[in-house]
Design a protein around this ligand. Structure first.
Ligand SMILES: Cc1ncc(COP(=O)(O)O)c(C=O)c1O
Length: 394
């Protein structure tokens, strides 16, 4: 028998992904983010970025980045705790804390890193994390890295959380963690009920507001503001790569916790800081958000209008109550075919399948933004109708 190559298993796995319709085909953009994109050489309507407010190519953010390049250069050239903390990083943290109405904030290179840094700093192997079963991968990985016991509670179910806590006693420290807005379904965590449980047991409460910042609350101040829970959530994780339009992450909340993260969060201590143009652009994003809530209002108007029309056409948009609009299709090959047909009609909307969502729950995840005009929405709706009929979904 010929020897089997040591990477044969990878070829086999890739072939099986292709056969089952779960192979991730990555398209390439040759334009800035916006309502329209140039993708693989074609101009297409963008229905899949997290650029909620259209800030990713906003002139004020671009100009702020350009100016900072002149005054501070490109890169920080060090981790934050050695020589990588610039005045701009400090300013961003101060402004983010003020924007979110918390005592302090610490920035990370990404939202993913914010979770990887925060969870292991707060709990360890003698401790327990109660985690919503649909939490984001970065929470799952941060929880694993911490070494704590992880107890999953039923999605968005504060009563199940309470029961799981009662059945799992005897740990040193306990932390409850949830996504704020669930990124694949667009539903919102029942934060007031989760807070009541956290308060009752005196446990730490952490929320990942990646899809709430710039979207929920007054002027996009996030989920804590949306539910008026100021001072009650111990740590909020955020990302600067979605509504803020740039890249970066943040942990915000009690001053003491943030101070502790500066001492112990490993991506902060052992990986270089956010770059200069990123930080400057994020500062400009806060300026834009603080000056007016117009973009946030337009985002919601566009998203509500789109969702209503999709439902009227009998598409299943799941349980979304936010601008994240899943179009539920079931099996992955159908979702992939739907996405390809949409692309042929000039609409870029990605199919999402396992492992990002459970098997049999494949979907097209539509992301509407403030940057879309009403003509854009009409164009997108017409494409959904045509493809939905062709593939016998509606
Ligand atoms: C809930 C949640 N947390 C964290 C992240 C990671 O954010 P970033 O892209 O800044 O690493 C995401 C992005 O997909 C997310 O949806």
């Amino acid at each position: 028998m010929p020897p089997i190559s040591k990477t044969q298993w990878i070829s086999d796995e890739l072939a099986s992904l292709r056969e089952s319709g779960l192979f991730n085909t990555i398209r390439t953009l040759a334009s800035p983010q916006g309502a329209w994109l140039k993708v693989d050489g074609r101009d297409v309507l963008n229905f899949c970025s997290n650029n909620y407010l259209g800030l990713a190519n906003h002139p004020r953010l671009v100009e702020a980045a350009r100016q900072a390049l002149g005054t501070h250069g490109v890169g920080p050239a060090a981790v934050r705790s050695i020589a990588g903390t610039m005045d701009l990083h400090r300013e961003l943290e101060r402004r983010l804390a003020a924007f979110k109405g918390v005592e302090a904030a610490i920035s990370f290179q990404s939202g993913f890193n914010a979770n990887l840094g925060t969870l292991p700093a707060l709990v360890g192997k003698e401790d327990v994390i109660y985690s919503d079963e649909l939490n984001h991968a970065s929470i799952i990985d941060g929880a694993r890295l911490s070494g704590a016991t992880v107890v999953r509670y039923a999605h968005a179910d504060a009563e199940d959380l309470r029961q799981k806590i009662e059945a799992n006693q005897g740990f040193r420290r306990s932390l409850i963690v949830t996504d704020g807005v669930f990124s694949m379904d667009g539903d919102i965590a029942p934060l007031p009920a989760l807070y009541e449980v956290a308060r009752h047991f005196d446990y730490l409460l952490m929320v990942d507001d990646a899809h709430g910042e710039g979207v929920l609350g007054r002027g996009g101040r996030g989920i804590v503001d949306h539910f008026q829970l100021h001072g009650k959530v111990d740590v909020e994780i955020g990302t600067l790569s979605k509504a803020f339009g740039v890249v970066g992450g943040v942990a915000a909340g009690r001053g003491e916790i943030v101070e502790w993260l500066r001492q112990r969060a490993r991506p902060f201590l052992f990986s270089s800081a956010m770059t200069v143009p990123d930080v400057a652009a994020c500062l400009a994003a806060i300026d834009v958000l603080e000056e007016s809530d117009e973009l946030v209002r337009r985002l919601w108007q566009n998203a509500d209008a789109f969702k209503e029309r999709m439902r009227a056409m009998a598409f299943d948009t799941g349980k979304s109550t936010t601008p994240i609009t899943p179009v539920m299709l079931g099996e992955a090959p159908l979702a992939q075919a739907f996405s390809r047909e949409l692309f042929a009609q000039g609409v870029f909307a990605m199919a999402i399948g396992y492992p990002t969502v459970p098997k049999g729950k494949a979907r097209i995840r539509v992301m509407i933004s403030a940057a879309h005009s009403s003509e854009d929405l009409e164009r997108g709706l017409a494409a959904f109708e045509a493809v939905g009929k062709k593939l016998k979904v509606i």
